[in-house]
Design a binder for this molecule. Structure first.
Ligand code: ANZ
Ligand code: ZN
Length: 820
């Protein structure tokens, strides 16, 4: 019998498939619907593919293969996201050029990819660090610049002192740099920013047109943080001109505003603090500056603050209210000042309690409610607004004040513009030339790409300047506008730049006249399904939606959203349930599993079988042992069939002739289950169904009148259903059965309902031990159902009529006896 050796068959088929180009996606194929299956492309690090990658790309591959077999023109592409700090740090440490390190790492990744049998169209691959690619990243940046959406500003930015680079807000997690966990500092630098805030509404509203899991959509909505409210003006008592503007989402509570709070950094603080309070105020401002924003936003913290000595006038009640400063009010949000409503805002409540300030209820809390009521209700203590609902009062109060120019409706966002410069070598140079006369001038299209020059040292500098600034003859250029002496921009783009549009490049990866051809962009449209990690929700996923929406607005792409559907896969943990990490030494290396002889098919099955795809789950070496045994059983089944029957299946005319009803039922049940499961992305239960099916095929061997020909109707189907998960063994056995062309472009089996109707079971019904009837019930019917059916059977019912039923006996699957 032919032996199962994945090390032999897997490389053989990988080579054959590549040679035949069976996974190549066809541009402009109008005979089939298209399907773009996107998985987040990897960063080619020196460590190679890890188990998280294997999970993501295997799931993507299963879907790509399934879609292909069900008649789609599938594009399953892959490339490398290669700019960024890890390679730069590696280059600095090992004294190799990042270009060289990237080549080596990507080649290593590529080899690993190929050993896993993914159905990737490699003809469309690239690295974001290829000048042919980043030429277009630079060109796209200039489209933002030309429309005023890329601008420079001197601002205090988040600075990572370890990586020596500025960071976008999205890269700061709990006050630390998300890559290296170093606490982030503030630094004043002249920065490039992208005006993502112009797209805040679109980024929220667009979510309604796509299919994203709610936790992903919610995270984006919260990050953007749209809140509708009003800006209300308070006059400062004793001053003609000074007024304090506050942003509030609850103008209805204005009668309850019993004090005001300014952020310690607020411009007015210095001007309004009275002589008597000045010392206290100055000391407090100093103390507040030492605190991080994260600390200041912590709601559980003890409230601190000082009175400025000044008062403001509540514009609606005309009451005098004291003005305080406190660090729980942030200078960077709203107007940096609030009207405090201690009866209905938790933070204000805590503050009022601590400093003994008046608390006036203005929205009636439900009966029995204790504490600080933040909901809606009927207005009280609010003059002419008493008795109406708080939502109605909200509009009326703003309207009344707006008449006197004391209020204005406003929408605020938590989202800030995207800080887009990095002070590092290994990124796309920002294609701008600074001229004393003409200002910031874009590099002309004909001079793109602005290539990274070779440098001696890749180390970032302490001054906050990129190492490119030291290369005098690269920096000094003529101004493209006036020809005068000018200097290149030396900052580079963040590593999120190349990934913001990479999916579009797959549609036309080698185009040197455009980032992609219009017709091809139209043919492929939006990505149909995008699989990736949860950690990118407010970074890559938000950034690329912004780029795409802008491209749509300027007519570069035909669709308003880049990804029609998004799914997030869970994390693979170490066997003991902890996070895999180098420092813990608990990383499972996929190469070791392949080398151990399990094979790619068993690995692919195992990582899919572990748990539902979106769950975080520990790796299990037992599982890969199990899936290896499973495919080996499929192998033996086919070999045993071939030994017994000899005629290749493909030569048999009517396959169903010899098939038993039992096998047909199992077959069609499995087709239905696996198809539905793949549609719903229930990959692990699809594998379980294939295992059951295989067991069922083995089981019929023990029948007395078993004829191996009975198997033949089912083996081809089993292999086809298995093909997306374990493509190599499926292909090998398919050819063993005599098929000449590849299984991977064969038509996915379709189930026939007529085989699914289960045989009915016969039950004898007795009354006092005498047979009175036979009933037929479904084989999975439970005892209650069977007893009920027996009782209501006509003849039996007549025997039971007017009798006292003493006992009902049920002998499983055989008989019911009623004792009366
Ligand atoms: C009065 C009020 C009464 C408020 C009430 C809330 C409840 P979001 O939803 O986050 O936009 N606020 C405004 N600017 C602030 C700042 N710079 N620092 C700290 N807090 C600030 O929250 C808006 C609310 O947060 C505003 O509405 C304001 O408090 C506070 F029953 O005004 B509110
Ligand atoms: Zn100039």
């Amino acid at each position: 019998m032919k032996r199962y050796n994945p090390k032999e068959i897997e490389p053989k088929w990988q080579k054959t498939w590549a040679g035949q180009g069976i996974y190549r996606a066809l541009d402009f194929d109008e005979s089939r619907p298209k399907f773009v299956m996107l998985t987040e492309f990897p960063y080619p690090s020196g460590d190679g593919l890890h188990m998280g990658h294997i999970r993501e790309y295997t799931l993507g591959d299963i879907l790509a293969r399934y879609k292909r077999m069900t008649g789609y023109n599938v594009l399953y592409p892959m490339a490398y996201d290669a700019f960024g700090l890890p390679t730069e740090n590696f280059a600095i440490k090992n004294k190799v050029a990042p270009q060289v390190a990237t080549e080596t790492n990507a080649a290593n990744f590529q080899e690993q990819f190929e050993s896993l049998g993914y159905s990737i169209d490699w003809s469309r691959s690239f690295k974001t660090t290829d000048p042919d690619y980043y030429k277009w990243t630079q060109w796209l940046f200039l489209q933002f610049f030309n429309k005023g959406l890329a601008y420079q500003e001197e601002i205090a930015i988040n600075w990572c002192p370890k990586c020596k680079t500025g960071l976008a807000n999205e890269e700061v997690v709990n006050g630390t740099h998300e890559r290296c966990d170093t606490p982030v500092e503030k630094k004043e630098l002249n920065q490039w920013l992208l005006r993502i805030t112009d797209y805040a509404d679109r980024l929220i509203d667009g979510l309604e047109t796509v299919d994203y899991p709610s936790r992903i959509a919610d995270q984006q909505i919260n990050w953007i943080g749209r809140s509708r409210g009003a800006v209300i003006k308070f006059k400062v008592e004793g001053s003609k001109s000074k007024q304090i503007e506050v942003f509030t989402t609850r103008p209805d509570t204005l009668f309850g505003a019993t004090f005001m709070v300014l952020a310690p950094e607020h411009d007015l603080v210095e001007q309004i603090a009275t002589e008597k309070q000045r010392k206290n105020v100055e000391a407090y401002v100093k103390q507040a500056q030492a605190k991080s924003e994260i600390e200041r936003q912590d709601t559980n913290r003890e409230k601190t603050g000082v009175f400025t000595g000044a008062y403001a006038i509540n514009p609606i009640s005309h009451e005098k209210v004291p003005i305080w400063i406190a660090d729980y009010v942030l200078s960077g949000y709203g107007t940096g000042a609030i009207m405090a409503v201690p009866a209905h805002d938790e933070r204000d409540h805590g503050f009022a309690k601590k400093f003994d300030l008046p608390i006036i209820e203005v929205v009636q809390a439900p009966k029995g409610f204790e504490g600080c009521y933040t909901g809606e209700g009927e207005m009280v203590n609010s003059g002419e607004y008493n008795g109406i609902s708080s939502s109605e009062a909200r509009d009326k109060i703003v309207a009344a004040l707006a008449n006197k120019d004391m209020a204005e409706e406003q929408v605020n966002y938590r989202l800030r513009d995207w800080i887009f410069s990095r002070q590092h070598y290994w990124g796309e140079p920002i294609p701008i030339i600074h001229c004393k006369k003409c200002g910031a001038v874009p590099v002309p299209d004909s001079q793109l790409p602005v290539k990274l020059p070779p440098v001696e040292h890749y180390e970032p500098t302490d001054s906050g300047e990129s190492p490119l600034a030291e290369i005098e003859d690269w920096v000094s250029v003529d101004c493209p506008k006036c020809g005068g002496a000018a200097k290149r921009e030396t900052d580079t783009m963040p590593n999120w730049a190349g990934s913001s549009w990479y999916y579009l490049r797959y549609y036309d990866a080698h185009n040197d006249r455009a980032f992609a051809d219009k017709k091809k962009l139209e043919y492929w449209g939006s990505v149909d399904l995008y699989l990736g990690g949860m950690e990118h929700t407010t970074l890559h996923l938000l950034y690329s939606r912004f780029w795409h929406q802008f491209f749509y607005d300027i007519g570069l792409v035909p669709t308003p959203e880049p990804y029609l559907a998004r799914r997030g896969q869970g994390i693979i943990l170490a066997e003991d349930g902890s996070k895999m990490s180098k420092s813990k030494g608990n990383i499972v290396n996929p190469n070791e599993i392949l080398d151990a002889g399990y094979g790619a098919d068993a690995l692919r099955l195992a990582i899919t079988f572990l748990a539902p795809y979106d769950q975080t789950t520990p790796w299990s070496s037992e599982t890969v042992g199990g899936t290896h045994r499973f495919v080996a059983r499929v192998w033996s089944l086919v070999q045993e069939y071939l030994e017994r029957v000899q005629t290749p299946i493909s030569k048999v005319q009517s396959q169903d002739n010899a098939a038993s009803q039992q096998i047909l039922r199992e077959t069609h049940k499995t087709i239905k289950k696996v198809s539905e499961d793949l549609h719903e992305m229930n990959f692990n239960t699809a594998i379980a169904a294939l295992m059951e099916y295989t067991n069922a095929l083995y089981k019929i061997k023990s029948d007395d009148d078993f004829d191996a020909r009975e198997w033949r109707s089912s083996l081809a189907t089993l292999l086809q259903l298995l093909a997306p998960f374990a493509p190599h063994i499926a292909e090998e056995l398919w050819h063993d059965l005599g098929y000449k062309s590849t299984i991977h472009t064969s038509d996915w089996p379709v189930h026939d309902d007529q085989y699914l109707i289960a045989d009915m079971m016969n039950i004898v019904v007795q009354v006092n031990g005498k047979v009175r009837a036979n009933i037929s019930v479904a084989p999975d019917a439970d005892k209650e159902t069977i007893l009920q059916a027996a009782k209501t059977e006509e003849k039996v019912a007549s025997y039971l009529k007017d009798q006292h039923l003493k006992k009902s006996i049920y002998v499983s699957n055989k008989l019911v006896n009623f004792v009366v």
